[in-house]
Design a protein around this ligand. Structure first.
Ligand SMILES: Cc1cc2nc3c(=O)[nH]c(=O)nc-3n(C[C@H](O)[C@H](O)[C@H](O)COP(=O)(O)OP(=O)(O)OC[C@H]3O[C@@H](n4cnc5c(N)ncnc54)[C@H](O)[C@@H]3O)c2cc1C
Ligand code: FES
Length: 263
């Protein structure tokens, strides 16, 4: 069980890894041993005109005491975050939320990521291999983006020994088409029977993969995004109807069973 910390840490890198996508690196021996894959931190991006800008960002990778966060620049908060440089201090609140559930059970682990929805998966894959002792050959990653230049970390994924299936809208890398189409094709080819499914990406993509996997009698864990205020369950700004109840994405999630989400 992880313990949440509010902590100021040192930035050790903040580099653009694809157009409009950055990896923030910070040093935190206090937080590094705590997170579960799929959990996130609330990052204080900056302090402009007294507005406290905390934004939720998933754990991307952890190496020793170094935490990595992959983020896409969207608006004010991430626009300020991309200006931060090595050596500066930054405030983190985390780990927060409930992450992905996984164990070695003989089933393939099938991960579907769209765009910056790849963010929680390097950490998930690394924990599946190192902690749950899942054979990398039993992990399948279907990773889609608009075009090749937005597919981040392909070489690193290949080095882990997992089965990687990239897709792009324009066919510049891997399958030409959507992750949902690729998922269906792989199933038809008999490569994905009886798996544990994990998804993160745009709402429309996740809704699509939930509908497809439902037809196969399979369930998929999805990581949801919702606008957040406090990040700790107090303000109710992140509620969503799930399985007939209003749940808080920040504390009851962000990971839920896709078939229980009212899309
Ligand atoms: C649990 C969780 C994990 C996330 N992990 C990542 C990650 O690893 N990498 C990444 O790039 N993005 C991630 N996001 C989305 C990220 O938090 C938003 O893109 C970011 O908050 C946008 O802030 P902004 O100020 O730049 O944009 P603005 O549009 O200016 O934001 C205005 C408000 O909307 C909220 N908001 C805008 N877009 C989103 C969104 N898609 N999801 C949630 N809130 C949003 C902001 O938090 C803020 O309150 C995650 C979201 C959640 C809920
Ligand atoms: S962000 Fe405040 S309750 Fe979820």
């Amino acid at each position: 069980m992880s313990t949440t910390k509010l902590i100021t840490v040192k930035i050790s890198g903040n580099d653009e890894v694809a157009p409009g996508h950055f990896v923030l690196k910070v040093e935190s021996p206090e937080i590094a041993p705590l997170p579960q894959p799929g959990q996130f931190v609330h990052i204080k991006c900056g302090d402009e005109k007294g507005i406290i800008l905390r934004r939720p960002i998933s754990f991307y990778k952890i190496e020793g005491k170094t935490l990595f966060f992959l983020y896409k620049v969207i608006g004010k908060g991430t626009g300020i975050l991309k200006m931060r440089v090595s050596g500066e201090d930054i405030s983190l609140l985390g780990p927060l939320g409930r992450g992905f559930w996984f164990r070695a059970n003989g089933k393939k682990k099938i991960i579907i990521a769209g765009g910056v929805g790849i963010a929680p998966f390097p950490f998930l894959i690394s924990e599946m291999i190192s902690k749950a002792k899942i054979n990398p050959r039993d992990i399948v990653l279907i990773y889609g983006a608009k075009k090749k230049e937005f597919l981040i970390g392909l070489d690193e994924f290949r080095k882990t020994g997992i089965s990687l299936y990239p897709s792009t809208d324009d066919g510049s890398e891997g399958f030409k088409g959507t992750t949902a189409e690729l998922l269906s094709n792989l199933r038809k080819e008999g490569r994905l029977k009886g798996g544990d499914y994990f998804g993160c990406g745009p709402g429309i993509m996740m809704k699509g993969i939930v509908e497809i996997t439902k037809k196969w009698g399979e369930r998929v864990q999805v990581s949801l995004e919702e606008r957040m205020g406090c990040g700790v369950g107090a303000c109710l700004s992140c509620v969503k109807k799930i399985n007939g109840k209003y749940l808080r994405i920040c504390t009851d999630g962000p990971v839920f069973w896709g078939d229980e989400v009212e899309w």
